[in-house]
Write a protein that binds this ligand. Structure first.
Ligand code: ADP
Ligand code: MG
Length: 264
C-alpha cells in the first residue's frame, strides 16, 4: 500500500542536503500563560522523515509545543516554520494551508461520536481537501487495514475499545496525508492491556512510511525503538538531545538521569 505523505524533496539528487531537510523548525519560541513562562526561547527542528521524541516531566511544556504546531495556541515570541514556510507569524490563509500538512493524535481520541468509523476517517479529506467520497473511502479502507480494524468500519466509536478508538484516530490523522504526525501521549488514557496494540501500529507506521513523527511519550521502550532523536525537556527548554542509545544509556545531565530512573 502506498502511504505517500507528499514528503518528496523538491530538489532530488542534490546530495546530502536531501537527507537533512528541516521539516519543522521552532526558533526562539516563547509561550507564557499569565506570568508563567512555559516555553523559554525554545529552538529545535525536526528533519524530514525523522522520528523525534520529546521526553520530560509533566508540566514541562511538551503538549504546548504540539499545540503551537497544530495552531491550537499561538506563541508570544519566535517563529515556527514547516517545510520552509512560515506558520507563525503568518496570515490566516497561509496558516490554514500549512496546517493541512500536520496531523495530530491526542491522548483523548476526540473521535466524532455520531459518525461511523469509516466516516470519521473520510470526513476531513472530503470537506477540507475536497477529495471525492469514493477516493476518501478507498483510502480509509486501506488505513483501517493498516491499523487492524477492517471489520469495524461501520461501527460507532462508542462500540470500540479505547485501543481501537485510538487506532481509528491514528488512521484519521493519516488520511489527511500529513507531512508530519504529532503524537501526544497517545497511550496514556488506555487500559494497560490495550497499550501494546496501539504502539505496535505506530511502530509499523514508523517503519513502513516516510512520515515525519514528533512524539511525546512516557513509553520509553517505544521511544527507544522508533526514535532517531530524543529530546529531554525540562522547564520549557531542551536540556539534552541525542540518539536514543545515548540518552537512555549514558545521559549527560543529572536531570535526565533522575527523570529516567523515575520512569524506567
Ligand atoms: N491553556 C493553559 N492555560 C494556563 N496554563 C496552561 C495552559 N496550558 C498549559 N498550561 C501550563 O503550562 C505548563 C506546561 O503544560 P504542558 O505543555 O501541558 O506540559 P506537559 O505536556 O509537558 O505536561 C503547565 O504548567 C500547564 O499547567
Ligand atoms: Mg502533556
Amino acid at each position: 500500500m502506498s502511504l505517500d505523505t507528499r514528503d518528496t524533496d523538491p530538489r532530488p539528487g542534490t546530495g546530502p542536503e536531501r537527507h537533512t531537510r528541516e521539516l519543522v523548525r521552532l526558533e526562539q519560541v516563547s509561550k507564557r500563560f499569565g506570568d508563567r513562562t512555559v516555553l523559554d526561547r525554545l529552538d529545535f527542528s525536526v528533519d524530514a522523515g525523522k522520528h523525534v521524541t520529546l521526553i520530560g516531566p509533566s508540566g514541562s511544556g511538551k503538549t504546548t509545543i504540539l499545540r503551537l504546531l497544530m495552531t491550537l495556541a499561538k506563541p508570544d515570541e519566535g517563529t515556527i516554520t514547516v517545510d520552509g514556510r512560515t506558520l507563525y507569524p503568518a496570515p490566516e490563509k497561509q496558516v490554514r494551508e500549512i496546517r493541512k500538512n500536520i496531523g495530530m493524535v491526542f491522548q483523548q481520541f476526540n473521535l466524532f461520536p455520531n459518525m461511523s468509523v469509516l466516516r470519521n476517517i473520510t470526513e476531513a479529506p472530503v470537506t477540507v481537501l475536497g477529495m471525492s467520497k469514493d477516493a476518501a473511502e478507498e483510502r480509509a479502507r486501506e488505513l483501517l487495514e493498516l491499523v487492524g480494524l477492517s471489520e469495524h468500519l461501520d461501527k460507532r466509536p462508542g462500540q470500540l475499545s479505547g485501543g481501537q478508538q485510538q487506532r481509528v484516530a491514528i488512521a484519521r490523522a493519516l488520511a489527511m496525508r500529513p507531512q508530519v504526525l504529532l503524537l501526544d501521549e497517545v497511550t496514556s488514557a488506555l487500559d494497560p492491556e490495550l497499550v501494546a496494540g496501539v504502539l505496535d501500529v505506530l511502530r509499523d507506521i514508523a517503519r513502513s512510511t516516510d512520515i515525519t513523527m514528533l512524539c511525546v511519550t512516557h513509553e520509553m521502550n517505544f521511544a527507544r525503538d522508533i526514535s532517531d532523536q530524543v529530546l529531554m525537556f525540562d522547564s520549557g527548554r531542551v536540556i539534552e538531545a541525542g540518539p536514543p542509545e545515548k540518552i537512555f544509556s549514558d545521559p549527560e545531565h543529572d536531570r535526565t538521569r533522575e527523570f529516567l530512573s523515575a520512569v524506567l
